[in-house]
Design a binder for this molecule. Structure first.
Ligand SMILES: Cc1cc2nc3c(=O)[nH]c(=O)nc-3n(C[C@H](O)[C@H](O)[C@H](O)COP(=O)(O)O)c2cc1C
Length: 237
């Protein structure tokens, strides 16, 4: 998109031109400027909080990552899964033939947001060696995207946008054992694939039972900020 902008600019360079041409050039350049601002400012990043605690360690890391993405020039929005009102998938399979789910709940507001977004930061604690149940139920409801892409072969996200959409996974666990993030990562990778978003980066912090309070460890908060900033920069560059 930016390449188009630069190509247009190179066509407008002379100063000894008729007033009509100058007016036309002025209009053209104004449109280009607005277009450029839209391209730069228009990148949207969603932060998805899987923890039921809105002020817990996961939430604090997500806030730092979102601040990083915002500082990199993105528009950010935080969604707390625990505050949403929806049911888990009932396998009614309405989405096999339709662009949405038959269940009329808060998921209906989420689908358009997840079609529009450019970047996604999923932040969650490990629960029972996977992700929290409500976050998993939310992901299951994205079967709407799965059916469109894999069954009806009419994906909501174009090939070009699929290549641009990027995801950062932030996950913390109480224990410090080798395979503590395996279950969560498998689910998140499957989810990102279904919604046409790349698994670009991750921040995995184990041993929270020892760490306890993330704010007492500035290096971890800084790591979240830097990951969020890098994600934002990769979208706005
Ligand atoms: C219901 C529940 C299940 C958990 N299961 C695991 C687990 O299987 N493995 C693990 O390492 N930590 C487990 N934890 C610990 C959390 O991952 C850890 O306390 C984390 O720091 C919570 O983050 P939060 O306070 O931001 O929600 C569990 C915690 C809860 C509440």
């Amino acid at each position: 998109m930016l390449k188009i902008y630069m190509g247009c600019v190179s066509t407008t360079g002379s100063s000894s031109l008729s007033p009509k041409y100058c007016r036309c050039r002025y209009l053209c350049e104004s449109y280009i400027l607005v277009f450029h601002i839209y391209c730069y400012m228009g990148k949207k990043v969603i932060g998805l909080l899987g923890s039921p605690l809105s002020d817990g360690n996961t939430a604090k890391l997500l806030d730092r990552a979102l601040k990083g993405a915002e500082d990199a020039g993105c528009t950010v929005e935080k969604i707390e899964v625990a505050s949403l009102d929806f049911q888990s998938c009932m396998e009614m399979l309405f989405c096999k033939d339709h662009d949405t789910c038959i269940m009329d709940d808060d998921m209906q507001q989420l689908y358009p947001k997840f079609k529009e977004m450019d970047g996604l930061i999923i932040a969650t604690p490990v629960m029972t060696m996977g992700i929290p149940g409500k976050l998993k139920s939310m992901m299951d409801r994205f079967q709407v995207f799965f059916m469109a892409r894999y069954i009806r072969k009419k994906p909501f996200i174009s090939k070009e946008r699929r290549a641009e959409r990027k995801g950062l996974f932030i996950c913390i666990s109480g224990m410090k054992i080798p395979e503590v993030f395996v279950g969560a990562k498998l689910t998140v990778k499957a989810f990102l694939d279904i919604i046409d978003c790349q698994y670009t980066d991750e921040l995995l912090i184990s041993d929270m039972d020892t760490i306890r309070n993330i704010t007492a460890h500035p290096a971890l908060s800084e790591a979240a900020y830097q990951k969020g900033y890098a994600l934002g920069k990769s979208l706005t560059a």
